[in-house]
Design a protein. Structure first.
Length: 248
């Protein structure tokens, strides 16, 4: 099924029957990816007296409670409310859901005791006003990312200069396959978050960051159309389902 999408006076044609899902699903067990020192998500039937909300236990329907953290347990999209004293909701911030996107792959470089994604890496693959959304796949890209336990691993991070460059290139929506664009332990500096959102001097309230995505190796670097789907959480962040479509 072919569809034409108009965005900023440009038209994009895509095949809606061929979505490329780059989200991680939420599981209620230890196979779920986990970050920020939490345990696994919990998906379990409601129990109330003799009632157990599970068909195999005699109920008419499956009726589960779900306990999880958007930032720690899977693909999520966040707004600047993630780092502000004031409350801002991603559900009120993100009002459009289709964007031209570019997928790039980068290999983080050793920097002291860390692994860094540098401005030089990004500038080789991204030009000013080239795209609205940037999808960063870090290499090596193992399937193990789907269930990795990230706590205390000191994952690679985006340098402040790289985040500033991405912002200055006009990217409004940044997606990355790590738990955060920043270092795991940075004493709360959040340099990449602040640089991308240009916070607090000239804050970009309509910009978003999506983390803990997974871009399969079968998806080549290049230009796509992104459908950034979110759950309607009135929160700084929400579980999300970014889907790419090849441009025809």
């Amino acid at each position: 099924m072919l569809a034409n999408i108009n965005h900023k006076d440009k038209s994009y044609q895509i095949d809606l029957s061929k979505p490329l899902d780059i989200s991680l699903g939420l599981r209620g067990d230890s196979k779920n990816p986990i970050a920020w020192y939490l345990g696994a998500p919990v998906i379990e039937p409601v129990k109330d007296g003799d009632f157990i909300g599970k068909v195999s236990e005699g109920a008419a329907v499956n009726f589960n409670n779900v306990k999880f953290n958007p930032h720690a347990h899977g693909t999520h999209t966040e707004c600047v409310g993630h780092i502000t004293r004031e409350f801002y909701s991603i559900n009120q911030t993100l009002k459009n859901f289709f964007f031209p996107a570019k997928v790039i792959s980068v290999t983080p470089e050793k920097w002291l005791e860390d692994m860094e994604i540098t401005q030089a890496m990004i500038s080789q693959k991204l030009r000013k006003d080239e795209t609205d959304a940037l999808v960063i796949r870090t290499l090596p890209n193992y399937n193990e990312k789907r269930s990795r336990k990230y706590s205390h691993t000191n994952w690679p991070f985006l340098s402040e200069n790289a985040a500033t460059y991405i912002r200055d290139c006009g990217v409004q929506h940044l997606l990355i396959d790590l738990p955060s664009v920043d270092k795991e332990k940075d004493d709360g500096k959040l340099l990449a978050h602040k640089a991308f959102w240009n916070y607090p001097k000239n804050t970009r309230f309509d910009a978003t960051i999506s983390e803990l995505i997974y871009v399969p190796n079968s998806i080549p670097d290049g230009n796509y159309l992104l459908n950034l789907q979110i759950a309607s959480f009135e929160n700084d962040a929400t579980p999300s389902k970014p889907v790419l479509y090849k441009l025809l």
